[in-house]
Design a protein around this ligand. Structure first.
Ligand code: HEC
Length: 195
């Protein structure tokens, strides 16, 4: 299905991002070229065992409807796959080639870019693209223009040590080195604000 859509809109898999927009503001983003290599993804809209002609059992209706992306693949391989529920839209967005050119050759920042996409972008938008669960990270002010690097690094590890009612989950499987790469990428993005 994705390959057909890319053809239809004359987009290349390498130059396109796929954004899975969920009704609660969560929005995982993947490169189209990653997604076209995969098979076994299903967009589920119904639980066959739900009763009374409803598509979803009441207990799941609020969070899972209208669509849920699931994968029928070896479970050990699914960690990196997006499993968005409450899926309302799939957006195809052309990747910013001037940004990608600027990133190439800068290995630390490039690592930060990939880490941010994997761990942060589904909740935080960057240049207005990404999730809406947490705040935007670049426009009009880049997060590093009003938070210190140290605060950002600590917030990633322990949001509740700043605010008792923080909603951001503590990111336990990111190393200090990776956090440093993410912070460097955040700084770098100051120069690439969209209007
Ligand atoms: C599951 C959603 C989620 C993920 C994933 C997530 N955040 Fe957050 N983040 C939030 C929310 C919600 C807030 C708003 C404050 C709060 O409730 O914690 C927030 C707040 C922040 C803040 C403080 C900014 C402010 O003004 O409140 C920073 C910095 C931040 N996040 C960075 C990151 C980085 C970097 C990552 C990836 C390593 C990340 N977040 C991953 C949801 C998320």
């Amino acid at each position: 299905m994705l390959i057909d859509l890319l053809h239809q809109y004359n987009l290349s898999a390498d130059g396109t991002d796929v954004i899975f927009v969920c009704k609660d503001g969560y929005a995982p983003v993947r490169h189209a070229s990653e997604m076209t290599k995969l098979s076994g993804g299903y967009i589920v809209y119904k639980d066959m065992e739900a009763k009374d002609g409803r598509n979803w059992p009441d207990s799941l209706y609020n969070s899972y409807s209208p669509f849920y992306l699931v994968w029928n693949v070896d479970l050990s391989k699914t960690k990196e796959l997006p499993w968005p529920y409450g899926l309302v839209q799939i957006r195809l967005v052309e990747r910013d080639s001037s940004l990608l050119n600027a990133l190439s050759g800068k290995s630390t920042i490039l690592k930060g870019y990939h880490l941010f996409r994997r761990h942060c972008l589904s909740c935080h938008s960057m240049n207005k693209i990404g999730g809406k669960v947490g705040p935007e990270m670049n426009v009009p002010k880049n997060i590093t223009e009003y938070w210190t690097d140290d605060h950002i690094a600590h917030y990633i590890k322990a949001p509740k040590s700043f605010r008792y009612n923080a909603h951001m989950p503590a990111m336990k499987d990111i190393s200090d080195e990776e956090i440093d790469q993410i912070v460097k990428y955040l700084h770098f993005m100051k120069k690439y604000k969209i209007p």
